[in-house]
Structures are given as C-alpha cells and as structure tokens.
Design a protein around this ligand. Structure first.
Ligand code: PEP
Ligand code: MG
Length: 560
C-alpha cells in the first residue's frame, strides 16, 4: 500500500474507488512564422476565436460564475493588444502570439504574493487553452471513457475541464496543484465532493484504475489498501454520506426555524474570489468582507482604483444582496510588509484598525472613496472595526462625509445613503452599546476579539487556549446585552466571529435574538440545517436559562 499525506486540507469526506489519471495533451509550442501578407487574416482568426470562446463561456456561465470572468479575460483589451503586436511585429501566427502574451500575464499573476491573484494565473491558462483549442480546430475531451464512479487524479484541473466532465461519475478529486480558492476546490465543496489539492507526487505513484481511498478531512490518500482498511473506510464514508444528504436536503429550503422565525445567513470573505465562491451558496449576503487582505496581499497600499475594482467586482457578484465591507483592520497580528508599524509591547491593545485609520486620512480616505464608489453598483455597507467610543464613529463618519462631498464635486457616482455599522468586539463597546446603537446603522459582533478582550486571553496563544472560550458566561452575557441594546434602538445585530458557525452556539444565539449569522461559506449548510430543526421559543428558554449560569461547565451542560 502506498500513502500520501497532504499538509493543508480545505475539504471533508471520504471517497473510495478506482483512480482515473487525467493527462491532458500538451499544448503545441512550435509554430511556423507567417508572412506580412497574412497579418490581417491572422488577427481576424484570433478575433474570431475570441468571439467563439466568449460564446462558449457565456453558455457555460449558468454552470458557474467563473465562466463569465473567463469571458472577460478572453476579451481583455491588453491581451488583444499583446497578440496583435506580436502578429504584426514578430510575424507570429495567432497561436504563438496568444501563447506568448498569455504567458506574460501568467508570469505577472504567479509572481504576486496574494493567493487570490496567483490563482488568476490558472484562469489565464484555462482561457488560453480554450482559445488554442478553438484555433486548432481540435476538441478532445480527456474525461471520455470514464464509465464508473472514479477518483479523478490530475496535476491541475481548470474550470473548463470540470465543465466537460460528468460529475455524477466523480467520487473525489486529487490534484497535485491548487489551493483553497482554486475553482475545483470551490466547486467540489459546493457539490459535496471530497477534494485534495497540493498532493505532490501522487501522479508518480498511482496508476490508472488503482484502487484508492481518500480521507479529505485528514488529507490522506491510500493506494491499493488492505481489505480491512477498505471496510473501515466504507463504514466512515457511509456515515458521512448520510450526514451530507441531510445537510443538502435543507440547502434549498427557507431560513426559518421550526416555528417560522426567519434568520439571516451570510458569508465571510477576504477577496472577490471568495465572494464568488460564497455567492454559489444560498446566502443573504456577505456579512464581513475583510478588506485588509487586499492590503496584505499587495506590495503597496492598494490605490483607490485598485480597491474600487475589487469592491465593485464583489458588489456586482452579489447583485442586490448586501456586501458589508469592513474598513482596514491591521495591527494586532495583521501586518503590512510595506508599512512598518512601531514595535509595541501589546500590539492587540495598541495602534490598530480604526485607531490607525482615524490618524491616517491618507490611508483611510482612498478606502472610503473606493467603497462609496462601489456602492453605486450594489448593496454595499461600511463597517468600522475595533470601536470603543461614540467619538470614533462620529470621527469616521465625518471623514466619510468629506469623501462624499469630494466625489460629489468631482461628479463621480457613489452611494449617497450608504449604511455605516460597527463591529462590537471590545468590552467598552458592549458597555456603551445603547449609545453606539444611536450612531450606527447595524452591529456585528466579533467574538474572536471580544472573547480575547473579555477573558484577557490572547486568541493566538496556545498556552491560554483553554481560558479562551466564547462559552464563558461573561462573553455570553456581553453578546446578549449587545443584541438587546441594538434591538432597543431598532437596529439589527449580527455576528461575524467564529462563534456564529458553532452549531450549538448558533441555537443559543438564535435564542438570544441574533438577527444575522455570518461565517465561512462552507459552514453555512451545517448551521442552517441545525437552525431549521430548532424551535425558536425553546431556544429562547434555553438561552435565558444559560445566561443565568456562572461557569463554562454549567453552560456546556445546558446546551441543546
Ligand atoms: C472578530 O474579531 O470576531 C472578527 C470577526 O474579526 P477578525 O477575526 O478579523 O479580527
Ligand atoms: Mg476582530
């Protein structure tokens, strides 16, 4: 038996079955030169291939949003220009000019630090492959001939590849390349197919039709396993499939409790690609867009234009669903390579988030302007992090008003009535929640920080991990008080900290009256299914009872 272990996994579940090795035909890289007489015809051939490619992609866009993005890449002006110049100046044929120009794009994307941008390289390769196939007139399907449910093993799979396969015959995916946000990972997650990426060396060790077991949660792959191991995993896989079936059954159903109370489910995201992945789930919107990832993934402060582009893309993907963009939350454990913050004794208690933004209008204003402008394209809201006082909201809103005035004078469209909410993640904010609720349009409770500040236990320190517990009565009472204060002032209270995705906590939070639950997209169906099975009145009684308890142990014993 051969085994492999993948370091990082983004998937769950088990698959057992024969391996199908997918080897794609190498793209031909040696081409004949053209003559000066053929230039116009060659450019025309390229334009026609793009037209045909876009037509195919728009047809596929019903299957996944990614294909609409591919159509935009295929018809990109810079790509067209690069190809045209190479045909004209270097007398390259359309194929060679395309291969070289797209190679330049891929090189730029791959050399970027940001994982999201790096994975755009895969999109560019996919678009290039599609156009080359059209130009060559060949149309081979590497998945032809698969007749039984198999585990697909490949170096890398593009969205166009996955569009060609019969997914009913796919038990699992194992790929040597790719990461959490690669298209196959997202698609597999949505379809409940176990998927492992980064499985280096698998292609060398596995032969077509070898029997494979994959444990996606543990990141393990076994080739040619023993009978006993097969039996053990068949049992695990059976249980997992039953649980998945139960979750999927509730996926298309309304977000209502057993007694008909509506709850909102949103996703957390860090970039437009994650928004795209989340948009494929049934969500009410994005409850937390962590804008700092745009900053951390760049080698300079993202300009207003760069941010506008990213926020607008996210807003358009969501159509009329809400997109809550949290303003820059750096400091603490989040650093920027290109902007050295002063060394601090206690960075989590220091210069971070809104504190930086209020002191640095040159950083804050381009972001606010970009968000306001993106607001003209969708249902965008602003959220300020790490608020501890009424003055901070007023100050931030004052800067926001200045930005609106500037945009008005410049004649640039923006969202005039944009909502501004705040994160409740400090004890100070909890204690003055009623006053804050008069200044804010909504609350979102950040239990990741709230827990560390309430319990004086660093969220990233293993040594105090046992103390850091959001079920601590102090944290639960803080959450309940925040929700009460919000409702008293007629605004909604959501939660975007990890606690919202804990199924048992979600029942408790529902009972406390939480309006919106925001979490990683992959957790939503689990929480939804649990809340749909819950009776609101019962959850409320349990919450009231739990809020009277004085220790974590007592709280845990009362959970339903
Ligand atoms: C939180 O603190 O709960 C939160 C959602 O923000 P972050 O984890 O990004 O600090
Ligand atoms: Mg936080």
């Amino acid at each position: 038996m051969k085994t492999w272990k993948v370091k990082k996994t983004y998937s769950r579940g088990y698959a057992l079955g024969p391996a199908r090795i997918i080897e794609k035909k190498e793209i031909r890289t040696v081409y004949d030169k053209i003559t000066g007489d053929n230039i116009t015809a060659e450019i025309k051939r390229f334009d026609e291939a793009v037209e045909e490619g876009c037509r195919e992609l728009m047809e596929l866009s019903g299957k996944s949003e990614i294909f609409a993005a591919h159509a935009a890449l295929a018809s990109d002006i810079a790509l067209r220009e690069g190809v045209e110049n190479k045909i004209k100046d270097k007398l390259m044929c359309a194929e060679e000019a395309l291969l070289e120009t797209s190679g330049e794009f891929v090189f730029i994307f791959e050399s970027m630090e940001d994982e999201y941008m790096r994975e755009r390289a895969a999109d560019m390769k996919d678009v290039c492959e599609r156009l080359l196939t059209i130009l060559s007139g060949e149309n081979e399907n590497p998945f032809e001939g698969i007749e039984e449910k198999s585990i697909i093993i490949a170096r890398e799979l593009t969205p166009s590849d996955t569009a060609k396969m019969n997914l009913k015959l796919v038990a699992g995916f194992v790929m040597e390349l790719g990461g959490a946000t690669s298209h196959v990972s997202i698609m597999a997650k949505n379809l409940g197919i176990p998927c492992l990426t980064g499985a280096e060396g698998v292609l060398k060790g596995v032969k077509d039709k070898d029997f494979i077991i994959m444990d996606a949660g543990a990141g393990e792959i076994f080739a040619e396993p023993s009978k006993d191991l097969i039996e053990e995993y068949e049992e695990k896989a059976g249980k997992w499939r039953e649980e998945e079936k139960r979750l999927r059954e509730s996926a298309g159903l309304p977000s209502l409790t057993k007694d008909g109370i509506r709850f909102e489910l949103c996703a957390n995201a860090g970039n437009p690609e994650e928004v795209r992945g989340a948009a494929e789930y049934e969500i009410d919107g994005i409850g937390l867009f962590r804008s700092e990832f745009l900053y951390m993934g760049s080698d300079h402060f993202p300009t207003e234009e760069e941010q506008f582009f990213a926020y607008k893309e996210a807003a358009c993907l969501l159509k009329d669903k809400e997109l809550t963009i949290r303003t820059l939350d750096i400091g603490g454990d989040k650093e920027l390579k290109y902007w050295q913050l002063p060394k601090e004794e206690n960075p989590f208690l220091g210069y971070r988030a809104i504190r930086i933004c209020l002191k640095e209008p040159d950083i804050f204003k381009p972001q606010l302007r970009a968000i306001l402008r993106a607001g003209a394209f969708g249902n965008v809201r602003i959220m300020y992090p790490m608020i501890t006082s009424v003055e901070e909201i007023r100050e931030a809103n004052k800067i926001l008003e200045q930005c609106k005035k500037e945009l008005e004078e410049e004649g640039i469209p923006y969202k005039k009535d944009i909502q501004t909410g705040i994160m409740i993640e400090t004890p100070a904010a909890v204690m003055i929640a009623e006053e804050l609720a008069k200044e804010a349009d909504f609350f979102s409770i950040g239990t990741n920080d709230l827990t560390q500040y309430f319990l004086a236990a660093d969220r990233g320190n293993e040594k105090v991990a046992e103390i850091y517990n959001s079920y601590h009565p102090s944290v639960l009472r803080a959450i309940a008080a925040t929700i009460r204060a919000a409702h008293k002032q007629g605004i909604k209270a959501g939660m975007c900290g990890e606690f919202a995705s804990d199924e048992k906590a979600a029942v408790l939070l529902l009972g406390m009256g939480l309006d919106e639950f925001s979490m990683s997209a992959g957790e939503i169906s689990r929480v939804k299914s649990r809340l749909r099975e819950t009776d609101y009145k019962e959850a409320k009684e349990t919450a009231d009872n739990i809020l009277s308890k004085g220790s974590v142990t007592e709280v845990i014993n009362c959970l339903i």
